[in-house]
Ligand binder design. Structure first.
Ligand code: RRO
Length: 308
């Protein structure tokens, strides 16, 4: 009952992707996860220079999810391009790769897209405008600065023929306006949402449970926030949406699809169960009456209108 579909001009075999930051650059999980069973995967966000990341501990769990402050640990653009992407290009045929880029200036985003554009092995860029843990930005999501957001998307648009998917922050009082601005600037899709700034303290001594103090909250507690964001933005823009936040099972994925997402990403669930995304994709494929564009019930989405 699940058929392949085209979303922002890319063909996906199913709607389930591994979220950025949960699978490195694919190879790290390849002995454990059948990446080819997924709709796709998003790489760890890359920056121009290699980054060691924030002080440990970087992750702490609580009863409704987790808080992370990884701090953009990544090998840098050149190593990602020259050492990491070739493996993906060689090993993935059916699953699509989105490369996540995260700058701290407009110019850095442009350099990242320019630097990656000629490489093989990926289908689209996810422009991460919403990391809550970038100390260069004082922990403030880039997408909260409207002029910077539109400049990044507009300038990156001129550097690539691949789709640009803008990933936005949940702690945005004007999220719908931000989404409209991103699309007007040239975004081909939106990923909703990144993690929500949060803090966990040790009840004994009041000490922060992650080294950087604050971090980004993810997991089950974030799901209603994500579904709400997708629902609100779906009515305001005309590009495909990727829903992410707290998806543990196929029912949760369906909430996002019904709210208006064309694809979903699984993040936090993958830490406890690396094969969670595979299971969700398989379970979704068994459901009847999936929302467009995935259902085989004849209710095709715009890019899949059945002839006659
Ligand atoms: O690396 C991180 O700390 C991180 C990033 Br770039 C992001 O976009 N979201 C998040 O929760 N952590």
């Amino acid at each position: 009952t699940l058929r392949p579909a085209e979303v922002f001009r890319v063909a996906f075999q199913n709607p389930v992707l591994l979220a950025a930051g949960t699978c490195g650059f694919g190879r790290e999980l390849s002995g454990v996860v059948d990446l080819e069973a997924l709709g796709g995967m998003v790489t760890k966000s890359i920056t121009m220079a290699p980054r060691a990341g924030n002080p440990a501990p970087r992750v702490a769990e609580f009863d409704a999810g987790m808080v992370n402050s990884i701090g953009l640990a990544n090998p840098g653009m050149e190593r990602a391009r020259d050492d990491k992407l070739p493996w993906l290009a060689d090993h993935l045929r059916r699953a699509r790769v989105l490369v996540s880029v995260a700058g701290h200036t407009v110019e850095e985003y442009v350099e990242l897209v320019r630097g990656m554009e000629a490489a093989d092995g990926f289908a689209a860029f996810e422009i991460n405008l919403s990391c809550p843990n970038d100390q260069r930005l004082g922990g403030r999501a880039f997408s909260l600065d409207r002029d910077a957001l539109t400049a990044v998307i507009g300038r990156c648009r001129a550097e690539t023929s691949r789709p640009l998917i803008a990933k936005l922050a949940p702690n945005d009082p004007d999220l719908v306006d931000t989404a409209r601005a991103a699309v007007d600037a040239g975004a081909d899709g939106l990923t909703l949402i990144n993690t929500l700034p949060g803090r966990l303290l040790d009840p004994g001594d009041g000490h922060p449970r992650i080294g950087a103090g604050q971090g980004g909250m993810s997991g089950p507690a974030l799901r209603p926030v994500g579904v709400h964001a997708v629902n609100a933005v779906a009515g305001a823009v005309d590009v495909p949406l990727i829903g992410v936040g707290g998806i543990l099972n196929a029912d949760h994925a369906l909430e996002y699809l019904h709210a208006g997402a064309s694809l979903v990403q699984v993040g936090t669930a993958s830490f406890a169960a690396p094969r969670a995304a595979e299971r969700i994709a398989r379970d979704l494929a068994r459901r009847r009456d999936l929302p467009a564009p995935w259902g085989a019930s004849g209710r095709g989405g715009p890019s899949h209108a059945s002839p006659g």
